[in-house]
Design a protein around this ligand. Structure first.
Ligand SMILES: Cc1cc2nc3c(=O)[nH]c(=O)nc-3n(C[C@H](O)[C@H](O)[C@H](O)COP(=O)(O)OP(=O)(O)OC[C@H]3O[C@@H](n4cnc5c(N)ncnc54)[C@H](O)[C@@H]3O)c2cc1C
Length: 401
């Protein structure tokens, strides 16, 4: 009887235990989560849930009965403080649990602003957990002034919700353009124009010197000396992988928890998946922060724990909803050297990232067909003729032949 212990009851942890219990796993399973809630989906936190259009129960990935029915012991609201790889135990303060196989699905935590920059002032929020969003929801009142630090997807989604609710919104981005880390200038231009059309002020190449206020935030001083008034602030400046348990346990790190292509860490019988784990990719290594990867990598690790030993081949995909625009991304654009644009046609436009003749990724705005075809092509390792892609007369599906 094997006991699999999983640390982190989020998207990856939930997918992993479900896969184990659906497979040939014969022993027991324990899923430990620091948060008080059953595993839930985070994407709606900066979309429908923040907007007040979704009840918390609809975030749960599975009903509580699922875990009980499948013999999965859920230990919620409990933090693993240490791992002892030699003794094969994890410690939860006074309690300790023995494992045969251990999986780290510890996710990531948002970067915070240092105290010296006003990061600890009341009214300064990050968006990661359900309790983060519950804490900030009452601030979203029409007419109030919100400053968002960081023009990445989460900050921009929060900006869209805030505008829809009638707040006055300014986004500060230190880099020359929003979404610079993840997207081509074409996508940044599209998203900037979308927000500006909805009345968001976007200040690019503009850093934050510090937040202002005593006790509670009242504004922001910018790198160019300007001051903005703010009733509250959201900080969306990226995340750090959840590696806090690793050093003391001798688990090697390399941009997160280093795993091999099977999901094994440097310590025997310890695996990792999801936001916290980096894995081999195209001659280097990558760490992905997306639902798709959390699920697919966790399922691959579950299969490997069950003895399948098959390498994980990631097929990255991601989405973001802002106003009525659905942005869908297939592939990873790292190393692209040119963009082919298809559209706009009606509300749809897509940007296709090529390296030489090889298709790497597609950003599709309100164009599910371009997303689906791009995703299939990338999965098949096929690259379409760029001229055909750009030609709106081309039926996209024909590119798959
Ligand atoms: C607001 C928001 C919007 C997003 N939108 C999208 C989107 O539109 N599309 C998309 O693809 N992705 C989106 N993501 C990213 C996606 O949600 C994450 O990539 C995904 O949740 C990662 O799953 P995970 O299981 O690795 O980590 P998580 O879901 O973060 O779960 C990790 C869990 O581990 C727990 N934990 C950590 N350490 C310990 C410990 N020592 N003891 C016990 N428990 C511990 C944490 O408390 C947490 O509950 C979004 C994320 C956020 C925050």
């Amino acid at each position: 009887m094997t006991h699999v212990v999983v640390i982190g009851a989020g998207q990856a942890g939930a997918a992993l235990v479900a896969r184990l219990s659906a497979g040939s796993h014969q022993g027991s399973i324990t899923l430990i989560g620091a948060e008080p809630h059953p595993p839930y989906q985070r994407p709606p936190l900066s979309k429908a849930y923040l907007m007040g259009e979704m009840a918390a129960e609809r975030l749960w990935l599975r009903g509580a009965e699922f875990y009980a029915e499948h013999g999965i012991t859920l230990r919620l609201g409990q933090v693993v403080a240490a791992i002892d790889p030699a003794g094969k135990t994890v410690s939860l303060g006074s309690d300790s649990i023995a494992y045969d196989e251990l999986v780290l699905t510890t996710g990531s935590t948002p970067r915070r602003l240092p105290t010296a920059m006003g990061g600890d002032l009341v009214g300064v929020y990050t968006v990661r957990s359900l309790s983060d969003v519950d804490a900030m929801k009452s601030e979203f009142v029409a007419g109030r002034r919100l400053v968002i630090v960081g023009g990445g997807y989460i900050g921009l989604e929060a900006a869209a919700v805030a505008r829809k609710l009638g707040l006055d919104v300014t986004v500060l981005e230190m880099a020359p353009r929003i979404l610079q880390r993840v997207a081509a200038p074409e996508t940044s231009d599209y998203v900037r124009a979308l927000h500006q059309a909805h009345g968001v002020k976007i200040l690019e190449a503009t850093g934050l010197e510090r937040l202002l206020g005593e006790g509670r935030v009242t504004g922001a001083r910018l790198s160019d000396g300007r001051e903005l008034a703010a009733d509250f602030v959201i900080v969306g400046v990226g995340v750090l992988p959840g590696t806090g348990l690793c050093d003391a346990a001798g688990i090697a790190l390399e941009n997160g928890i280093r795993t091999d292509s099977f999901g094994r860490t440097s310590q025997p019988h310890i695996w990792a998946a999801g936001d916290c784990a980096s894995f081999p990719w195209g001659g280097g290594r990558v760490r992905l922060e997306s639902v798709g990867n959390a699920i697919e990598q966790a399922e691959a690790v579950a299969d490997n724990i069950l003895g399948k030993l098959t390498p994980y081949h990631a097929h990255p995909w991601f989405w973001s909803d802002q106003y009525d625009t659905k942005l869908q991304i297939a592939g990873l654009n790292t190393g692209y050297d040119h963009i082919v644009t298809r559209g706009p046609e009606d509300e749809a436009v897509s940007f296709w990232y090529f390296k030489g003749e090889t298709l790497l990724a597609v950003d599709a705005m309100n164009d599910p067909r371009a997303y689906m075809v791009g995703k299939r092509l990338i999965e098949m390792g096929k690259s379409p003729d760029p001229v055909a892609v750009a030609d709106l007369a081309t039926v996209l599906k024909s590119l798959l032949k």
